[in-house]
Design a protein around this ligand. Structure first.
Ligand SMILES: [Ca+2]
Ligand SMILES: [Ca+2]
Length: 408
């Protein structure tokens, strides 16, 4: 695009004045540095120790920190076979396990070897705020312990509240360092083992699975079995499950920040490769064709599934974010350099907006120096559009984000 056509494009975009005025309320301004309004929106990680609900809010199953019910399950089994049909919720909860006030645990109330020995199998947490050493067990504050029986597994189940791809990271560690023959551990998807191992007496093992695809409602199980002897099998389970962003295809650039139902402002997802749902029932996808070459300047970005006949813009920033806004998520952060707005667009009867070729030229013609695209820059783009009857009561919504690293 040459300078004349850029000027024509810019002047054309000044025409719908009322639309501009209506859209400008609350929108990032070109070239105006803005801090991100607080931390990113709802986090998208589940950590066993921080989600473990304490007295008097204990629950089994246990909700997550986002208000989803029935996410964490504290369980035992009836045999050592890894068969979810044989897993049962531990029914009894105490706040002074092992005779230590503040050690809170779920267990089977029928299998208690003796006073202060605790009941098994068990899943519990040290909520005393202090490191505890009790009967040889070294139990750091806020650490979750599992202990099996000779023929019963100790199990933490996680029932996925979302559909998507998750990363799982954590560690099993012996807490009773002076005795025992170690434990077997496993991480299962339903009845299928995804990772397993044995830790010897006093040992520990890390686990990390970067990509597990789950449907909403499917279970991951984190399991401790006794090996040959269940004595001294207190085992710490550290566990964090993180919702990862699925790979969605764009010929150029990397789409990110999608409309999953946990993050979208009123649960208006999931759209694994688009923004949060709008009034059409769809999320808007932002993808690009052409190339990221500065010299060619042939990048063409398209936002599809926009509500018909609405105004919108493309804008960019030098950082990512995840901020609920309107009926969607703002995925672009100012990065200290500001947001840069491209000309107003109209979605027309087909509900689509495109920008380019000429994006690089446009940035040089219309933006202050901090917003002029040069080789080596990575810019984060997003489409922002009006949607007066959007699902969350917000009058605007966003596409997914698109990261583009520019080349010579
Ligand atoms: Ca041990
Ligand atoms: Ca053992």
């Amino acid at each position: 695009m040459n300078a004349r056509s850029v000027r024509r494009w810019l002047s054309l975009t000044t025409l719908p004045v009322s639309a501009v005025a209506a859209m400008t309320v609350g929108m990032p301004q070109a070239g105006l540095a803005q801090g991100d309004p607080g931390p990113p929106g709802a986090p998208h990680a589940w950590t066993l120790s921080s989600d473990f609900a304490l007295h008097p809010n204990q629950a089994n199953p246990n909700p997550d920190s986002f208000g989803n019910d029935d996410v964490w399950y504290f369980m035992g089994s009836s045999t050592l076979v890894h068969d979810p049909a044989t897993y049962v919720l531990l029914s009894d909860f105490v706040t002074d396990a092992l005779c230590v006030p503040g050690i809170q645990q779920w267990h089977d109330p029928l299998q208690c070897p003796g006073p202060c020995l605790g009941c098994l199998p068990t899943v519990g947490i040290n909520a005393t705020g202090l490191f505890q050493r009790v009967m040889g067990i070294r139990w750091p504050a806020n650490t979750v312990r599992l202990h099996p029986m000779p023929s019963q597994l100790a199990i933490v189940g996680w029932r996925s509240p979302v559909g998507g791809t998750v990363a799982v990271e954590g560690r099993f560690a012996d807490m009773d360092l002076n005795c025992g023959d170690g434990v077997d551990w496993s991480m299962d998807h339903g009845a299928l083992s995804l990772a397993e191992g044995s830790i010897t007496q006093g040992g520990s093992q890390l686990f990390s699975l970067p990509e597990i695809t789950l449907n909403q409602g499917e279970f991951l199980y984190f399991i401790v079995g006794p090996r040959n002897n269940f004595g001294c099998d207190s085992t710490a389970l550290e566990l964090t499950i993180t919702l990862s962003e699925p790979g969605c295809d764009s010929a150029v650039g990397e789409p990110y920040c999608f409309g999953n139902e946990v993050l979208c402002p009123c649960g208006n997802g999931p759209f694994p490769c688009a923004g949060c749902a709008n009034s059409t029932g769809q999320g808007v996808t932002l993808t690009a064709l052409g190339s990221a070459s500065i010299a060619l300047d042939d990048l063409v970005m398209t936002a599809a599934s926009v509500p018909p006949n609405q105004f919108g813009i493309f804008f960019m920033g030098s950082a990512t974010s995840t901020v609920p806004f309107g009926s969607g998520l703002r995925c672009v952060g100012s990065g200290g350099t500001g947001f840069f707005r491209f000309p107003i667009q109209f979605s027309g009867p087909l509900g689509s907006m495109s920008m380019g070729p000429g994006v690089v030229d446009l940035s040089h013609a219309g933006f202050p120096p901090a917003g002029r695209i040069v080789s080596g820059d990575t810019w984060y783009f997003q489409a922002w559009y009006r949607d007066p009857s959007g699902p969350c009561g917000g009058a605007t919504n966003f596409s997914n984000g698109l990261a583009v690293q520019f080349t010579p």
